[in-house]
Design a binder for this molecule. Structure first.
Ligand SMILES: NC(=O)c1ccc[n+]([C@@H]2O[C@H](COP(=O)([O-])OP(=O)(O)OC[C@H]3O[C@@H](n4cnc5c(N)ncnc54)[C@H](O)[C@@H]3O)[C@@H](O)[C@H]2O)c1
Length: 258
């Protein structure tokens, strides 16, 4: 992989908000040429404009739902037509609808898997032929993939499958020199987290303190992650500095998975 410097090519999903947006911003400020994919076309346009202002070599805006296999194939093809072979793929698109064992509906269960798991599969399958032989892939999963959480049954199960499928794909792609790693964030200050907080003012302090009734230990570092904290790990794993790192699942959660 050519290091993530001027001219490297990258595709980022979930680029319109939160962690995906932070990844785009960090890649843009290093001069990468970036394809932004999100189902929210308006958000893609806004983040694309930011990326150009930050110094992206090229910006390609793609509106697609990652759960739609044909739409993902078309979007990846457009990205490669515009940018050429990809050096980096970061998959951050995801959803979370709270619900425990007795609450989760069949539709909610299915939608978590369609977006969080099958969506990543679509990106890996569409992306593999377009990646350079020494490219890098990072999939944003969740610490809930490995730590049981109450009220997040479908989300956690879909993320566990996502982490596993990424590492299995990475094992197959290692023969081409392609590295695949999984970043598993904890509570990160994005729209997804704020929607979980019934009381936005008390939400952060309750998250930091934890809740013994829900078996949550809180966050030992006593801070909620900024999207940039997670994006920094994603960009490290995409970069030449991580050239001997593959098949890893790395928590970025301030110690919350204790
Ligand atoms: N915020 C957290 O606390 C947290 C913790 C652990 C893991 N994560 C994971 O990080 C990733 C990014 O989440 P975030 O916190 O930035 O959330 P976010 O809601 O701010 O951003 C998610 C983005 O994904 C896009 N998206 C959703 N469904 C899509 C689909 N079907 N097709 C294409 N785009 C779609 C949304 O439009 C949005 O732009 C997700 O995979 C999430 O599960 C977040």
């Amino acid at each position: 992989m050519v290091g993530l410097i001027s001219g490297a090519t990258a595709l980022v999903t979930g680029a319109g908000s939160g962690i995906g947006r932070a990844v785009v911003r960090q890649l843009a400020s290093r001069g990468a040429a970036i394809a932004l994919l999100d189902q929210d076309a308006e958000a893609v346009g806004l983040v694309g404009k930011e990326a150009s202002e930050l110094g992206a070599a090229r910006v390609v805006e793609l509106a697609a739902d990652v759960s739609d296999r044909v739409a993902v194939q078309d979007a990846f093809r457009s990205a490669a037509d515009e940018l050429g072979p990809l050096d980096a793929l970061a998959c951050a698109a995801g959803i979370l609808v709270p619900g425990g064992l007795t609450e989760v509906t069949p539709d909610e269960w299915q939608r978590h898997f369609d977006v969080n798991t099958t969506g990543v599969l679509h990106c890996l399958q569409s992306g593999t032929p377009l990646l350079r032989d020494d490219a890098a892939v990072v999939v944003v999963s969740s610490n809930a993939a490995r730590v049981p959480r109450t009220g997040m049954l479908a989300y956690a199960a879909s993320k566990a499958a996502t982490s596993a499928l990424t590492r299995c794909a990475g094992l197959e792609l290692a023969a081409r020199g392609i590295r695949c790693n999984v970043v598993e964030p904890g509570s990160t200050d994005t729209a997804m987290l704020r929607e979980l907080w019934r009381d936005p003012d008390g939400g952060a302090s309750a998250t930091l303190a934890g809740d013994p009734a829900s078996y949550r230990v809180g966050i030992p570092l006593q801070r909620i992650a900024e999207p940039d904290d997670v994006a920094a790990m994603v960009c490290f794993l995409l970069s030449e500095e991580a050239r001997h790192v593959t098949l890893q699942q790395i928590y970025v959660d301030g110690g919350a998975s204790l």
